[in-house]
Design a protein around this ligand. Sequence first.
Ligand SMILES: NC(=O)c1ccc[n+]([C@@H]2O[C@H](COP(=O)([O-])OP(=O)(O)OC[C@H]3O[C@@H](n4cnc5c(N)ncnc54)[C@H](O)[C@@H]3O)[C@@H](O)[C@H]2O)c1
Length: 326
Amino acid sequence: MTKIAHVGCGYWGKNLVRNFAQLGALAAIVEPDEAQAAKLSAEHGVGVQTLEEVLADPSIEALSFATPAVTHASFAIQAMQAGKHVFMEKPLALSVEEGQEVLAVAELTGKLVMVGHLLQYHSIFAKLRDMVQAGELGRIQHVYSNRMSLGKFRLEENVWWSFAPHDISMVLALVGEEPISVTAQGNAQVTPGIADWCTAQCRFASGARAHFNISWYHPFKEQRLVVIGDKGMAVFEDSKPEWAQKLAIYRHGLNRSEGLAPVPVKADPDYVEVAKNEPLKAECQHFIDCIAEGRQPLTNAQEGLAVLRVLQLGEAALQASLTAQA
Ligand SMILES: NC(=O)c1ccc[n+]([C@@H]2O[C@H](COP(=O)([O-])OP(=O)(O)OC[C@H]3O[C@@H](n4cnc5c(N)ncnc54)[C@H](O)[C@@H]3O)[C@@H](O)[C@H]2O)c1
């Protein structure tokens, strides 16, 4: 079994610790907060070590990181240069340039990099992705993703960098190409200068369009991805409590007559049956399998870099919109 050390055991990292432990892969944890480190060490029966110690330990094949985003690129590079495969929480880095450096080191060292674009490992999104790639919805015309909730507010990054990597990753997988333009606007309502709401729009060479509506200052949780194809429409609504209703396909028709407005022929939704999974567990298992089989992860450094390109273009437009409001 692959031995993995996990670095950064805060709000999110403790979940990775639990999953790697349950999968029998956790060899050590690294966490500067001594109380948190001691708690997780006792819970999962693994030792607390320093980053230097795990980097120098030849029995540890891979490092998993859920540290602040500002550390991601340098930690990934340091780990690969020490001969370790890397699981990195999103975002892969804080700029395209940094992401390119990570990719270059991955190619040079032959080490795997996997980015924590969690929704790619959700069995319902995987089903939707397969259906779209098999052409079941026809030509993709429009995709939108709403990710809104109340909190968790952050000071080290805005809502676009915090939430949207997941949505961008899903949209790029569905449309199958990178956008030729990204526009965005946002607002900093709670903390001056830190956008807590953002809307962004993408245009693709195929003619497809996508938009995102992202907020951590919203009265309730909404996670809704809608795909409009010329043969069908799909809704993946992860915020629905019932698993069986999370993925709906609508095959509405259109009656067209020369010179008249099209008339919709409405159809009831078909709810698609998908085996339930725990996305985080599937994500951790995928990393372990990729190491064991020497294959590239679905969300590898290249995929992470594609997401970073959209993040960076959107961020520039978002900042311009904040400045215009100030
Ligand atoms: N996939 C998801 O759905 C999801 C959800 C939340 C957060 N995240 C990501 O996880 C990462 C961490 O976010 P968080 O909310 O857990 O933050 P956090 O602040 O709660 O946790 C970060 C942890 O890293 C530790 N740390 C800081 N510097 C360190 C260093 N130099 N070496 C070792 N440990 C260090 C901190 O002590 C802390 O425990 C971010 O990249 C965030 O985007 C992902």
